[in-house]
Design a protein around this ligand. Structure first.
Ligand SMILES: NC(=O)c1ccc[n+]([C@@H]2O[C@H](COP(=O)([O-])OP(=O)(O)OC[C@H]3O[C@@H](n4cnc5c(N)ncnc54)[C@H](OP(=O)(O)O)[C@@H]3O)[C@@H](O)[C@H]2O)c1
Length: 354
């Protein structure tokens, strides 16, 4: 079992958390470099969309927006069935909305969910991997992994492996606009130290004070995976040029007045909820960068874009590091074993790069 770091490393971490918070505030309040929100006229009629964790907060706002634009929206949720789906139908004015139950912390359930999509011959044009959590302290997933590592990284790794293997998401074969996969990460990944591959997947104990640090680390795993997936799926694409087969993007939505702090101590919750309502973005505003990456024509020939709210910027150097991306791909393959069904097919079908 890994021990949490303390001493000089803890100071380094708190400095980098501070710098990440400062950058986040700067991005929140400065208008420089802001991208245009996607016009309501950009429709996605006939497209099938999937949004994980869409019974609440950001995911629900994304589901409403995608349904308003004419998409058939599949809400992949652990709870809120059927009420959240009924809300999304009512608020979007669309009845092309359905819910499928899945607990993303359970890798068996993740594969079971993909079995359902496959059995129904569902193909996805827009996939938004949004589900996330910030627990008060460390907990184990059904397979014994730390919960944020399981939901933010392992579930996405297993689900994308299945979706790409089983042609639930396919590479574009002609000039048609490619399928898009959008991952909701967090700016906290920027303050995380490099992935510790020596203790990869080890369960780590933490309490309230260390929670944000581990949240950032789990999002660094996710962001590193996103960049690796984008490179593997698009070997001919380099820095804005070349063919995009499947677009893979990520973002940090900024601070959202959502249910993310649901586990905060009861005495703090009313204050926290009031502060979030006053100072944080509403889920509908926080959804703008997701919708931009998912629907805007301005993104149609790009992959590997990272947005912090409505600004484009690089992910952290750790998340962009090619060796780290390859290592993460291989280490997670070893760790996941039989949960990564037919992974050889996907590995082989994607040309090795560089
Ligand atoms: N809130 C912020 O300030 C902020 C900032 C940066 C990034 N983010 C990211 O934004 C995303 C959305 O969060 P939010 O702020 O909208 O929080 P939220 O309102 O708490 O929504 C989180 C969603 O994730 C789902 N989820 C969590 N664990 C799951 C599991 N094991 N299986 C299936 N679904 C699960 C939740 O389902 P249940 O309701 O069933 O638990 C819920 O639908 C997350 O990835 C979060 O890390 C949030």
């Amino acid at each position: 079992m890994s021990k949490n770091k303390s001493g000089p490393n803890a100071i380094a971490t708190s400095n980098s958390v501070l710098s990440a918070v400062t950058t986040a505030l700067f991005d929140l309040f400065s208008s420089k470099g802001q991208l245009q929100a996607t016009s309501d006229n950009e429709r996605i009629d006939g497209k099938t969309c999937l949004v994980t964790g869409s019974n609440s907060g950001l995911g629900k706002a994304v589901a409403i927006d995608l349904a308003k634009r004419g998409g058939h929206v599949i809400m992949a949720c652990r709870s809120g069935i059927p009420e959240a789906g009924e809300d999304v139908k009512r608020l979007s004015g669309s009845d092309k909305v359905e819910m499928i139950q899945v607990d993303l912390s359970d890798l068996e359930a993740v594969n079971g969910f993909c079995d359902t999509l496959k059995a129904r011959n569902i193909t996805l044009d827009i996939t938004v991997m949004n589900a996330g959590l910030m627990p008060l302290n460390s907990r184990r997933s059904p397979q014994g992994y730390e919960l944020m590592f399981a939901v933010h990284f392992l579930a996405n790794r297993v689900m994308l492996n299945r979706m790409l293997n089983d042609n639930i998401i396919t590479a574009t074969t002609n000039d048609a606009s490619p399928a898009r996969i959008i991952f909701v990460s967090s700016e906290t990944h920027q303050s995380s130290e490099a992935i510790d591959f020596e203790h990869f997947g080890d369960y780590v104990e933490y309490g309230l004070k260390e929670g944000l640090k581990h949240y950032g680390t789990s999002k660094l795993h996710l962001s590193t995976f996103v960049n690796e997936l984008s490179r593997r799926l698009n070997p001919d694409y380099v820095e804005g040029n070349g063919k995009v087969n499947v677009a893979v993007h990520s973002l940090c939505p900024g601070p959202i007045a959502s249910n993310i702090a649901r586990e905060s101590p009861a005495f703090l919750r009313p204050i926290l909820v009031s502060v979030m309502k006053l100072f944080f973005n509403s889920p509908a505003i926080a959804a703008l960068p997701v919708i931009l990456l998912a629907c805007s024509k301005t993104m149609s020939d790009r992959t590997g874009v990272y947005l912090h709210m409505m600004k484009e910027k690089p992910c952290s150097a750790h998340a962009l590091d090619i060796d780290s991306g390859k290592k993460l791909w291989l280490k997670s393959k070893e760790l996941l074993g039989a949960f990564l069904i037919n992974s050889e097919n996907l590995d082989k079908s994607i040309p090795d790069y560089p």
